[in-house]
Design a protein around this ligand. Structure first.
Ligand SMILES: Cc1ncc(COP(=O)(O)O)c(C=O)c1O
Length: 381
C-alpha cells in the first residue's frame, strides 16, 4: 500500500462532501429531501454574463492558455467594482489577482506566507477551510472565539492578552459566515491597528457583502490597510456564479506578487469565456442587486417562519445567504439536524461544522425556492 503524505493525516474530508453523500443516498432511496444545507445559489447569473460566455467561444484566443494574472479588462473591471462599491482605490495592474473562486485564494495565501509552525488566528465559528488549509501547510490554527454577546466580533482585549509571538496571519470574514454578523463601525479600523501592532497579516474574506446587506464594507477602505491586509472577494454569491469559479484577492503590490508566485506555479490561467462573463457581471447596474435581494428577502421571511416553528431564535438584522438560528436551551446541533433529516426529510447544517462555538446553533441556507421552504414549514408544523 502506498502511504499518504503526513499532511493528509491532519485533515478530514470536508463535512459537506461526506454529509451530502448521505443526503443524496436518502434522496436516491426515494425520500423527498429538501436541502437548506449549502450556500450554492440556485438563481441564474445575469443574462448578459451568459451571452458574453457564449459569444466568447469563437474568439481566436478562447481556447488557449490565459494570462496568470487574468485579462487586463477583468482586473480593470474588478478595480472599478471596488471603487464603486467600497470606495477603495486599487491599481488593476499590481494590486488585484483574479482567482478561480476565493476558496483557492485561502490556500495560495497560506502557501505564500506561512512556514511550518507559524500560528494562524481563525474565527470560531467560521468557514472550516481556514483551519484545514492551515493544517495542510503545516501551520498551527489558533481559534479566537466569537459569540452573540459581542455581536460575533473579535474580542481584541482577549487577543491582546494571548501569546501572539508566533502568529503570522489572521482570517476574518465580515459580513460573517455562518452568523451573518455585519462589520461594526470600528471593527475594521481595530483590525488594521491590531495587525500593525503585532505585524500580523489580516485577511478579510468578503464574499457576502451584497446579500441582504444595505451597507457593504471593505477592510481595504481603512487608511493604511494595504500595509498589513488583504481582501478576498468572489462572484459566487453576488452574481449566482458559484460553479464558474471566479474570485479575486486584493492588497499591496508586494503581497499580491508573493501570491502570484504560488498561483502561477499551480494553474495556467482562467478560461477566457469565464473571464469575459465575469467582466459583464462586475459591470451590473444597481438593479441587479436590488432584484436579487428581493428574492432573498422573501425567502428569508419564510425561513424565519420555519425557525419559529422549530422554536429557534435568530437575529433579524443579520445579513448574508444564511439564517443562523439558536436552538432551544440544551438541544445539541448534530442530534437535532439528524432528527429533522430522518423524520422530516429536511437537511439543515449543524452549527458545529463551523467550530465548537456553533454548538446549540443551526444554519439555514436561502438557496432554496420559496415553494420548497413553504413545504418545509408545512412538514414541521
Ligand atoms: C466564508 C466563505 N469564504 C469563501 C467561500 C468560497 O467561495 P468561492 O466560491 O469564491 O470559492 C465560501 C463559500 O461558501 C464562504 O462561505
Amino acid at each position: 500500500m502506498i502511504e499518504v503524505a503526513n499532511r493528509l493525516q491532519t485533515v478530514e474530508e470536508y463535512y459537506f462532501s461526506k454529509k451530502l453523500r448521505e443526503v443524496a443516498a436518502l434522496a436516491a432511496s426515494g425520500k423527498p429531501i429538501i436541502s437548506l444545507g449549502i450556500g450554492s445559489p440556485d438563481l441564474a447569473p445575469p443574462a448578459k454574463v451568459l451571452e458574453a460566455i457564449s459569444e466568447s467561444f469563437t474568439h481566436p484566443n478562447a481556447h488557449k492558455y490565459q494570462s496568470y494574472q487574468g485579462l487586463p479588462e477583468l482586473r480593470e473591471a474588478m478595480a472599478t467594482f471596488y471603487k464603486t462599491q467600497f470606495a477603495v482605490d486599487l491599481n488593476p495592474t499590481s494590486e488585484i489577482l483574479p482567482l478561480m473562486g476565493s476558496k483557492e485564494g485561502i490556500m495560495h495565501i497560506s502557501m505564500a506566507f506561512l512556514n511550518e509552525g507559524d500560528a494562524v488566528l481563525i474565527p470560531n465559528p467560521g468557514y472550516p477551510t481556514y483551519q484545514s488549509v492551515t493544517k495542510l501547510v503545516g501551520a498551527k490554527g489558533v481559534f479566537y472565539n466569537l459569540d452573540a454577546e459581542n455581536n460575533w466580533m473579535p474580542d481584541f482585549e482577549a487577543l491582546e492578552k494571548s501569546d501572539l509571538s508566533k502568529v503570522k496571519l489572521m482570517w476574518v470574514n465580515y459580513p460573517h459566515m455562518p452568523t451573518g454578523a455585519k462589520p461594526t463601525e470600528t471593527v475594521f479600523e481595530e483590525l488594521v491597528a491590531f495587525g500593525k501592532r503585532h505585524n500580523i497579516l489580516i485577511i478579510n474574506d468578503n464574499p457576502y457583502s451584497f446579500i441582504l446587506n444595505d451597507a457593504p464594507k471593505s477592510l481595504l477602505a481603512v487608511e493604511g490597510a494595504k500595509d498589513v491586509c488583504l481582501e478576498l472577494n468572489s462572484l459566487s454569491k453576488t452574481f449566482n456564479m458559484s460553479g464558474w469559479r471566479v474570485g479575486m484577492v486584493m492588497g499591496s503590490a508586494e503581497h499580491i506578487n508573493h501570491i502570484l508566485k504560488v498561483k502561477s506555479n499551480m494553474d495556467s490561467g482562467m478560461f477566457f469565456g469565464i473571464q469575459k462573463g465575469a467582466i459583464e457581471a462586475l459591470h451590473c447596474a444597481d438593479t441587479w442587486y436590488s432584484e436579487l435581494n428581493k428574492v432573498y428577502q422573501e425567502r428569508r421571511k419564510l425561513v424565519w417562519e420555519l425557525a419559529d416553528a422549530l422554536d429557534c431564535t435568530y437575529d433579524k438584522n443579520a445579513s448574508g445567504l444564511f439564517i443562523w438560528a439558536k436552538l432551544p436551551e440544551g438541544v445539541k446541533s448534530e442530534a437535532f439536524i439528524d432528527k429533522i433529516l430522518i423524520e422530516k426529510n429536511i437537511f439543515i447544517t449543524p452549527g458545529t461544522v463551523f467550530g465548537t462555538q456553533g454548538e446549540g446553533y443551526i444554519r439555514f441556507s436561502l438557496c432554496a425556492t420559496s415553494e420548497a421552504i413553504k413545504e418545509t414549514i408545512a412538514r414541521v408544523k
